[in-house]
Each structure stands twice: as structure tokens, then as C-alpha cells.
Design a protein around this ligand. Sequence first.
Ligand code: FE2
Ligand code: FE2
Length: 186
Amino acid sequence: MKTIEILEREHEWIGWMDECLEALVASAQAEDLLPEAAYELLSLYESFADGRHQDKEEGVLFPELLAAASDQDCEVLRKLLSDHGAERRHMVAMRGNVLGAVHGQSANVQGFVREASAYLSLHRGHMLRESEILLPMVARLLMPGADERAAEGFAAVEGGPGDPHGLREQILTLHRRAGLPRPPAA
Ligand SMILES: [Fe+2]
Ligand SMILES: [Fe+2]
């Protein structure tokens, strides 16, 4: 199914971003300094992971699923939406701390560490819920026509074909700069 293929690919890339964030948190903790890569990674979360990716889920996929969802399915979708809201709140707090850390404020570095750690723990649970519950729900509920419609909706969120190869390379570059080994699937 097209939607599952797209979401699985994006989840894999977002997983690499989480590995980068975890490495940056460890480095910020050890050196009491925000690594430079934090700015680029945070912008990537805001535009892609917590941006277009969530827009695709919330604005395109979930409405398609709701048409055929049981009460239990709706409960799962509500939980995922509430995760997204909490993730965005951590993201806003991280951004505030990044701005403070530019001026060398140690309290902001620690604030970033705290918010990023909370985000990571929430986000990893969220990704697990999506791969173990949401994607099987998509396979069960989305008819071929709806799958096609959702894939077109995803492309509309991107505002055109986009540059998925460029995005993937940008994430892998950040991953490498964080000192992480190349992911086996990359
Ligand atoms: Fe997702
Ligand atoms: Fe999500």
C-alpha cells in the first residue's frame, strides 16, 4: 500500500533523527554546551518530523481512517493526536532553550537536555504505537481508492514531488556528524 510505504520510510528516517538527538543530548550533558548541529536538527524536526509528517497523518490519513474506524480504533487515533500535541509542546520548549543557549546560558543547555530527553521518550513510544497499531489499522481499514487518495494528499502536503533523496541525505549527514555509525538500512 502506498501510504504504508511512505509512512514506513519516513518513520525510518525519523528514527535516525532520534538517534542524532540522543547523541546531541549526551554531548550537551557531557560538555555543558549545545552542539552546533542542534540548530539544524531542531529545524528539521519542526519542518519534517513534527511538521509535514504529522500533517500527513493528521490532515490526510486519520480523516480517511475515521470513516471506517471502530470506537477502539478512534481511541487509538485520539491517543496518537494527543502524542503529537505533547511532542509539539516539547519542541517549542526545546526551541526556547536553544535560543537561550546561543548566549551561553548553562541553564538553557540543561533545559534543552531535559526537554529533548522527555521528547525522545514520548516519541519512541509514539513510533512504536504507530508501527505496531496504526500501520496494521491502515492495512485493515484503507480501501485501495482511499489509499490512492491519501497518497495524493501526502504529495499535496509536500507541495509537489519534494526532494526525498535530499532530505534523506541531510538526515544521514547529521547522523554521521553526530559520530554515529551508518544505519544498516541506509
Ligand atoms: Fe508517524
Ligand atoms: Fe505520528
